[in-house]
Design a protein around this ligand. Sequence first.
Ligand SMILES: Nc1ncnc2c1ncn2[C@@H]1O[C@H](COP(=O)(O)OP(=O)(O)OP(=O)(O)O)[C@@H](O)[C@H]1O
Ligand SMILES: [Mg+2]
Length: 375
Amino acid sequence: MTAPFERPQARANKTLIEKYRPSLIGQGSENFIYEAKGHPDVVIKVSKIRLAKSIHAARNQTPEENQEALNNALLSSRKEYQLLRSVFRDHVLKQKQFIVETPYYPSMIKDMETQASAYGLDLPRDGHGRATTIVTVQERSQIFDDKNRVSFDGGLLELQLAKRNTIDIPEERWKEYAAVTNSLMNGEQAKDSTVSQEALEKLFAGMGLAALLKKSIEDESFKRVVTEFQKKAVEHAKVSGTIMDIIGKDNIVFIKKEDGNWDYKLADAIFPLESNVLEKAKEIISRVRPGQKLPHNERLIVRWAVGHVRQINALGKMLGTDAYIDLSEDKIPGTEITIAELVTARNEKSKVQETSNATGPVKKPGSLFRRVNGK
Ligand SMILES: Nc1ncnc2c1ncn2[C@@H]1O[C@H](COP(=O)(O)OP(=O)(O)OP(=O)(O)O)[C@@H](O)[C@H]1O
Ligand SMILES: [Mg+2]
């Protein structure tokens, strides 16, 4: 049981700005990062998507609507953090979240363009002012200065393979991609899967998973902490119904301690774009029917879920943890559609081709997997 969640304060906390006097020191793709005068032990983070939503809301909603949306977002964000802490304990950097009136400038508006266009938000060009938003005060950590750190840095396999901003997997990579994806979507199948370390290292070449797998073979202590992390990731998926942000760089970081043993820290592991990703993906998958086109936002949710499960289950298989996340059958029940096809919209393309030039049936997952593994 986790402790009851604190009620968020009803109004923006104006004194925090006076107390911390934050100055912007950098940014990632998701957050603005500040340091606070006289408080060298913390960093302050402002989520770009949250700030962009607040600026939009100030122009398009009543203050009461905005306040309610912020209170709800704060509650759910604190809940996600508490779930993460309840599973990973001290591996999660300590943090507190508040609703604060936050200054923004034209350069910050420019840095939020991606978020604004993705969510159809109306931000004033050259705008500046203060927006009420959620601010995270997090313990400052030295892990980012450690040159020998290993970041999970999971990436998005579909985009990596396609090499462009599409989900078209090149034909010559399709079989291995589909075989690995389809065989790792649940524990039963993952146990029986004949996917090899070599196949995974090849498919994930240049990505974090390949590096973790390779280092786990070379270093027993490293393998121990990745094993612990993987088991806890499975537990977290079960209790939260969502994924972690294993995609970005330095969100989950493995570091070598002074005694020579490895440890790991979760610095920014809460997935920022959607809540309950695993639960939502299961629900979407359960209602897929042949010939149906998946809306873009639903395909994104399924892709995030599949990407997460594929990596955590691949680690489980290679490290022999016997702990797996159950997302789906390899083939969606009542259809001939495999998860790999759904994620890449290949089932929709096959459908079009089938009716237009009769290119034959959609490939079956089992046969794909056997062919790749020479069985
Ligand atoms: N607790 C911390 N202590 C010290 N530095 C930090 C801390 N958190 C973040 N940073 C610095 O800020 C950078 C970005 O942090 P964070 O991951 O929170 O933002 P992000 O927008 O999600 O970035 P990315 O897109 O790279 O994941 C980190 O790579 C690190 O250099
Ligand atoms: Mg990050």
